[in-house]
Design a binder for this molecule. Sequence first.
Ligand code: NDP
Length: 434
Amino acid sequence: ERRDPDQSEFLQAVHEIFACLEPVVERHPEYAANAVLERLVEPDRLVKFRVPWVDDDGMVQVNRGYRVQFNAAIGPYKGGLRFHPTVTESVVKFLGFEQVIKNALTGLPMGGGKGGSDFDPRGRSDAEVMRFCQSFMTELQRHIGQFTDVPAGDINVGAREIGYLFGQYKRIRNEYSGVLTGKNLEFGGSLVRPEATGYGLCYYTAKALRVLRNETFENKTVVVSGSGNVAFYAIEKAHMLGATVITVSDSSGYIVDPHGIDLDVVRDIKMTRRARMSEYADAVPDSTYHEGSAGIWTVPCDIALPCATQNEIDGDAARSLIEHGCRVVCEGANMPSTPEAIAVFQASDILYGPGQAANAGGVAVSGLEMSQNSMRLPWSFEDTDQRLRDIMQGIVAHSLDAAKDYGREGDLMFGANVAGFVKVADAMVAQGVC
Ligand code: NDP
């Protein structure tokens, strides 16, 4: 707080995780002796750079790029790139910090990093996005590498952007390596990577439901926010598991479709035409469009899967969810619940699965993409999907074991933060003060 008083998102993420660690530090005096917490909140490095590019009118535009390399105690830095006007140093640091814990939870050898730019791709042509990505990578390439730091996608960075970024890296470095994940299948991508975060969220939720409630997704009503990569595949898997997802949203408003969201319509609007979700109501009878995104949390449901962005559920939204029958909240987005919302969930009997555990499926399959790139051998969809399922079920099990170990039975948030932290902390202690 003294060093970064204005970095509200970063401080929020640190408070959320550190609040769980007090009994762990008490039990492990070696952590305090080695200043593990103090070292954990200070990234290894943060690069901040100018991204100049030329728009379709021939005008020079300038954006700011970031890469935070947070912690590499258990593997090379790994974490996505976000292109959005709200991206700041605080946002990439909060995401990078949570990524350290998340990546440890997957059980794969990956450290934590994150990056992005305040570039807004909305309304930009393909050619403009390509020129921006090429300029961004022209600087980023000197900081990353398959054994150093392996970025992936995040908000507004999908297969198109990863393709342009990969092309520029290859061109500058004259090297064909697995330096980015989320690549197309034709040049080293992994099957299941597009589906991984959404599917993984449902595998995590299904396992937690079974263990803690002896229930399944069958016949449940689900509210999903967002309509991007995570939301799309969370809806698809929830439907496959027998639930009905009745909402979808973007930053302008949300759709309620009592018959279950039609993903063909969402695909056409979001992925093919990059248009607005309001068009769903024109295309699907009985569905309704509601202006503004906050009202989505007043829609009655059994399960809520926030899959849009940070701080989308505040205290009022959390209370509203409970009043309207919701009993399960598992986070596809990163830090979608404010501290007040989390306090509301923790004080109720809601089954709450925090993002750093519940949305780890994306980075898990990114880790599997790195393995396949190293082996130069692709795995089948079934094989990769099964590994994803095992990893997500393992995260629930390890979280519950850690919670039990500290007398906090059933507390998935406490358990996830402790299990992820201990793995990184032990590696940091073993590697000495560095
Ligand atoms: P996308 O860019 O694919 O989609 C983001 C979606 O969220 C868009 O539909 C966007 O709408 C919508 N959105 C943004 N802000 C709001 C808002 N305030 N209210 C409602 N909807 C909003 O991103 P992803 O699906 O990849 O990422 C979503 C979240 O999941 C992020 O928090 C990300 O960090 C997290 N995540 C992503 C992973 C991945 O593998 N992709 C992995 C782990 C976490 P609009 O078009 O209006 O902007």
